[in-house]
Design a protein around this ligand. Structure first.
Ligand SMILES: Nc1ncnc2c1ncn2[C@@H]1O[C@H](COP(=O)(O)OP(=O)(O)OP(=O)(O)O)[C@@H](O)[C@H]1O
Length: 280
């Protein structure tokens, strides 16, 4: 199967399945009835404007926020009722990993790259020489030279840091990797490199969730796209369908506002008309 083009979602058991998810912060409802699945080797893009609930979704799947209703099943295990201790154990196993938009948030500024990469394995009880061997292999996988191992994150370029953050997330061999705007702060050369790494991961069977406010930035990578609007998935479908035949008004507005989706981009008058309809 080519890693360069979106492919049919495999029919295997989902790596992540959330059903009817409600999340509240106090009285404020951040997610409502969210139902999504991601299977091995599939890339799901989650798109929505600021405050639509994208980070809340990620935090819930990582056990950092508790759902008020609905279920979360990770790799066949229903984790909805997990207690904090069970979530910590699950996170230590590293089945689900998360990469922040800003790699400095994923990396401890005082740890060398080698220590950052080996830490998740040492916590699992892996011996240091084996952890160091795997750290080297991972650097190679994200196309970085070994001589970065002795450096601190502050001594790397932004693009190198983001690739180290991805390598750190991969070292526990996750089944699911959630990335929050992984390429938005990068120049185009570094962005292409990150997207190529993601395509390789997908080909290796890792389930990917790409979170972004920009439809254009996930359009070429995601197999399916879920559009979040005010905490609800207003549209979920194959990427080509969502982009070419958007059903919901908000999706139409997103498509028409995406500067990189040239063929679909609408003029300002049309966008204003869509916005007016959406808020009517
Ligand atoms: N810790 C919190 N306490 C109270 N409200 C919160 C908290 N975190 C998020 N919210 C609210 O929940 C809603 C969803 O926020 P969330 O951070 O999930 O959105 P988002 O789509 O990730 O936004 P962004 O793109 O800006 O990161 C927003 O209305 C936000 O103000």
């Amino acid at each position: 199967m080519s890693a360069d083009r979106p492919h049919q979602a495999p029919t295997a058991q989902p790596v992540l399945s959330v059903t009817g998810l409600d999340v509240h912060y106090g009285k404020r409802r951040a997610l409502h009835g969210l139902t999504l699945t991601v299977t091995a080797g599939e890339t799901l893009g989650i798109i929505g404007e600021t405050g639509s609930g994208k980070s809340t979704f990620a935090r819930t799947v990582l056990g950092l926020v508790r759902a008020s209703a609905g279920s979360v099943v990770i790799d066949g295990e229903d984790v909805s009722a997990h207690r904090p201790r069970q979530w910590r154990a699950l996170r230590r196993r590293g089945i689900v990993q998360y990469v922040f938009q800003d790699p400095l948030r994923s990396l401890d500024p005082d740890l060398t790259i080698e220590d950052s990469l080996t830490e998740p394995l040492l916590v699992q009880g892996v011996a240091r020489p084996e952890a160091a061997r795997r750290a080297r292999a991972l650097l190679d996988r994200v196309h970085l030279p070994e001589d970065l191992l002795d450096r601190l994150p502050g001594e790397l370029s932004g693009g190198q840091r983001q690739r180290v953050a991805v390598a750190r997330a991969l070292i526990t061999e996750p089944r699911l990797l959630i990335l929050d705007e992984p390429a938005s702060a990068l120049d185009s050369a570094n962005r292409v490199q990150i997207l190529d790494i993601l395509k390789e991961l997908r080909a290796d069977g890792v389930a990917l969730v790409l979170i972004s406010h920009d439809l254009g930035s996930v359009a070429g990578v995601a197999d399916r796209i879920a559009v979040l609007y005010r905490g609800e998935a207003v549209e979920v479908g194959p990427a080509a369908d969502v982009i070419n035949t958007p059903q919901h008004l908000y999706t139409r507005l997103l498509v028409s506002s995406a500067p990189t989706l040239h063929t679909a981009a609408a003029d300002r008058t049309e966008r204003e008309a869509l916005r007016a309809l959406l808020h009517a």
